[in-house]
Design a protein around this ligand. Sequence first.
Ligand SMILES: Nc1ncnc2c1ncn2[C@@H]1O[C@H](COP(=O)(O)OP(=O)(O)OP(=O)(O)O)[C@@H](O)[C@H]1O
Length: 296
Amino acid sequence: MTAPSLLIRDLHLAFRGWAGQVDVLHGISLHINKGERVALVGESGSGKSVTARIVLGLLQQTRSARVSGLVAFEGRDLARMTEAERRRLRGNRMSMIFQDPMSSLNPVYRIGEQFHEVLERAEPGIGPVAARDKAAAALADVAIPDPERALDSYAFQLSGGMNQRVMIAMALANEPSLLIADEPGTALDVTVQAQTLELMRDLVAKHHTSVLFISHNLGVVREFADRVYVIYKGRIVEHGCTADLFADPRHPYTRALLAAVPRITGEGIPEIDDVSEAYFQPLVVHEGCEEPEVEA
Ligand SMILES: Nc1ncnc2c1ncn2[C@@H]1O[C@H](COP(=O)(O)OP(=O)(O)OP(=O)(O)O)[C@@H](O)[C@H]1O
């Protein structure tokens, strides 16, 4: 059997500061098979972004963070890799899309120059002509009408939706096997966000890219993901195939999230009351969605 693209088992994270230790992740387990789109959904502060940063190998370098548990990418334990190996994985075999393209696109370089840098990670020494051709093709793939013009532009000269497409094109340019998408398009208006997500879904399906999709928006998750993990205060509380989980949500927290859907705005999930007892309810795993065995 081939190893899952991503396997997380019993992941703990604590931050140490002058005021003591704060436990953020309390033993989360999840997996993504090759070509699967898996969502991690939960409210703000539940531990989604820190999980993404651990998968990218970024928090392991932070002095105040203590990370334990297994994170394996295509069967390889990240903790056993050197920092140089993890860096090679990032932006090459794994890549990330952020909610706000302006925070990851560099304002002082043209899109073409940034593309060249991205492509060099997979193909060191790639020349400017070859890089430009590849970049133009990648932009055409995300339906940017005039790729040559976009390559000569700065991010501020393009619309929010265009920048999001540029970021998707960059994230997929090196054909990563795992894409981490953190609330993509949240900064855009709803119609543009929907178009962007549809485009991303078509592209990852075409390339069999595995996706860890991080979101607080259940409506979007329902459209995008094959399987869903619901995270609440650093614990996975429910896990199932998307259709099963939406048809039969069993954990009180998932129910509360679903009940809140009509009130969800671009601002995220409103405060949910009366779920404190939810914290003590056991994990719900829908049929056929058990975590795989971990080989020693
Ligand atoms: N460097 C850090 N030092 C201390 N605490 C941190 C640090 N980074 C994150 N945290 C805490 O970890 C918890 C989880 O944060 P995280 O950013 O993963 O939440 P999230 O679910 O992604 O929320 P959002 O949807 O708002 O991005 C939060 O309580 C946050 O305050």
